[in-house]
Design a protein around this ligand. Structure first.
Ligand code: PGA
Length: 246
């Protein structure tokens, strides 16, 4: 199948992997992606502390790096935050923003997420902006309204050509429950319509694994995946990156 939008397959390591773990991982992972076609982007989002090691490991390969967050200021009194230049120094190309975990544990608002996304774009980092509904919101029939609000507020003033949106239903994250691929595709199609850009890259995230990647990637509006748990094992993430085109 000829694709117009180049898929982005991203592994989010979350709070896993020391530098030593990352080195071991890459020793196994890199040989497994030697034959991977260049019709897809391969991205890993390590914790900040492993960015330096990872930037050495990916140099000369087609693996790109993402951070797991980015602040809206270039520098200043923002304890525990990370500035865009601290990321581009290690060749990060993407930044995950608005993941449901910081939204939930640190009460990140759509306004803060928007500032992070705009700051990323201003520094040539592509924000991967995560949106998605909770189980209760879906049960109450509010999923579309919630996602639309996250899209409208989170993406205000951003350039859709330098953006990835990840649709991650919260009830599917880390639970083993994947959203039906047809339903994930339907929501991704709505997001594309709301953003109004046929070039926008839209990922699905939530219990993506080797067993469901080919089916997800066969969907017309799913242009990649954001993978948590299954990206922590190099062989399983390699299988995901090496998804089959139908
Ligand atoms: P999961 O996480 O693949 O472990 O469900 C996805 C994510 O949080 O991005």
């Amino acid at each position: 199948m000829e694709r117009v939008r180049k898929p982005v397959i991203a592994g989010n390591w979350k709070m896993h992997m020391t530098c030593a773990d990352a080195k071991q991982y890459m020793e196994v992972f890199l040989p497994l992606i030697k034959q991977t076609p260049d019709d897809r982007h391969m991205v890993i989002a390590p914790p900040f502390t492993a960015l330096s090691t990872m930037s050495e490991r990916v140099s000369g390969t087609s693996v790109e790096l993402s951070s797991q967050n980015v602040h809206w200021e270039d520098k200043g009194a923002y304890t525990a935050e990370i500035s865009p230049m601290m990321l581009t120094e290690f060749n990060a190309k993407y930044s995950i923003v608005g993941h449901s975990e910081p939204r939930k544990y640190f009460s990140e608002s759509d306004e803060q997420i928007n500032r992070r996304a705009r700051s990323a774009q201003a520094h040539d980092l592509i924000p991967i902006v995560c949106v998605g509904e909770t189980d209760e919101q879906r049960e109450r029939g509010e999923a579309e309204r919630v996602i639309r609000r996250q899209i409208e507020q989170g993406l205000e003033g951003t350039d859709p050509e330098k953006l990835v949106v990840a649709y991650e239903p919260i009830w599917a994250i880390g639970t083993g429950k994947t959203c039906e691929s047809s339903e994930a595709n339907r929501i991704c199609g709505l997001i594309r319509k709301w953003v109004g850009s046929s070039n926008l890259i839209i990922q699905y995230g939530g219990s993506v694994k080797p067993a469901n990647i080919d089916e997800l990637m066969a969907m017309s509006d799913i242009d990649g995946v954001l993978v948590g748990g299954a990206s922590l094992q190099p062989d399983s993430f390699a299988r995901i990156v090496n998804y089959q085109n139908y």
